[in-house]
Design a protein around this ligand. Structure first.
Ligand code: GLV
Ligand code: GLV
Length: 324
């Protein structure tokens, strides 16, 4: 009989149809946001799950779902997985790398520009009917072209942002990462490797694109913000928790950096009230990969991971090697 698969959120109907050709499918067309306990109940008799960042695979869930063999995440980041627990329980995890790289880099650059050039703040002013004349410094922001672009986390998305900055906007690109890029990649991105301290001190615009882990938790906190230029902008398209949002709200309030552009938040969908209060913060609801073609490609890749796995071909984009 066909493997039993649960799809945790409503997704593209063509992807559910595709999955239904291969599996006995339980889906969620009403898009109810199940609790973890409800998820565990529904998963108890399933062999695999198509999952999103809305839910976690953790020890409690694994204990309740002994049949589970694979969790296919529709995201490149998988901090919603307890990977060690999954590996120990013999559960394959997969993610969606590559298909979202350029789209997410586009958004990182858009957020950088919107933040530096004060686009949402000025739009609110216009819509509020406050625009009554020219003023020499009205919404004068920070320069983008020719400035120094700092990138923390130089994976595929970071490299995409570096190429946009270097080739499209004549920026000096500096980066910090756990490991240095190969020389030919550094040359292609026109990116110079620096220490984290130098990155903080020299960047006019600092973009965060590193994966979330215990190690990257609060990689940007009060001490790091204090090292940045008072004119600098900070952009986070990585994960909530990489920035200490309370410390960021305080730094913005005290004018210790100029502005921030944030697509991800600690404890999202809740947003720190100190960030909501500030006009020099551009806020978006975790949409960096959200174009129709890219979201479709992500869903297709997550589905193909399930199909390949149960065909015995092995997962296409695994994040672990589960114990047998
Ligand atoms: C989105 O945040 C992703 O990890 O794909
Ligand atoms: C992370 O996986 C990235 O693509 O940057």
């Amino acid at each position: 009989s066909k493997p039993r698969i649960l799809v945790t959120r409503h997704i593209f109907p063509e992807i559910t149809d595709y999955l239904a050709q291969h599996f006995a499918l339980e889906s969620n067309p009403e898009d109810v946001l199940w609790s973890q306990a409800e998820l565990a109940q529904r998963l108890a008799d399933k062999d695999g799950v198509f999952i999103t960042g809305s839910h976690r695979i953790d020890t409690a869930l694994l204990a309740a779902c002994p049949r589970l063999k694979i969790a296919a995440n529709m995201a490149v980041g998988y901090n919603n997985f307890d990977v060690d627990a999954m590996t120990a329980a013999g559960v394959q995890g997969t993610n969606t790398p590559d298909v979202l790289t350029e789209t997410t880099a586009d958004f990182g650059f858009a957020l950088l520009m919107a933040t530096a050039r004060r686009m949402t703040e000025s739009e609110h002013y216009l819509r509020a009917g406050l625009w009554n004349s020219w003023r020499y410094d009205m919404f004068a922001g920070a320069e983008v072209h020719g400035s120094t672009l700092g990138i923390l986390g130089m994976g595929r998305i970071g490299q995409g942002i570096a190429r946009r900055g270097a080739h499209g906007f004549g920026m000096q690109v500096i980066y910090h990462n756990r490991s240095r890029l190969a020389p030919e990649l550094e040359a292609e991105c026109k990116a110079r490797y620096v220490s984290k301290d130098e990155l903080l001190a020299q960047a006019d615009h600092l973009v965060l694109v590193l994966p979330y882990s215990a190690e990257s938790h609060h990689a940007i906190g009060a001490a790091e913000l204090a090292r940045m230029k008072p004119t600098a902008t900070l952009v986070n398209i990585a994960r909530g928790g990489i920035v200490d949002d309370a410390a960021l709200a305080q730094a913005l309030k005290e004018g210790r950096i100029a502005a921030a552009g944030l697509d991800v938040f600690e404890g999202e969908p809740a947003v720190h009230p100190g960030l909501l209060e500030r006009s020099n913060v551009v806020l978006t609801p975790h949409i960096a990969s959200a174009t129709v073609p890219t979201r479709l490609a992500m869903a297709r890749l997550a589905a193909d991971n399930l199909v390949a796995f149960f065909d015995g071909r092995g997962a296409l984009t695994p994040v672990n090697t589960p114990n047998q």
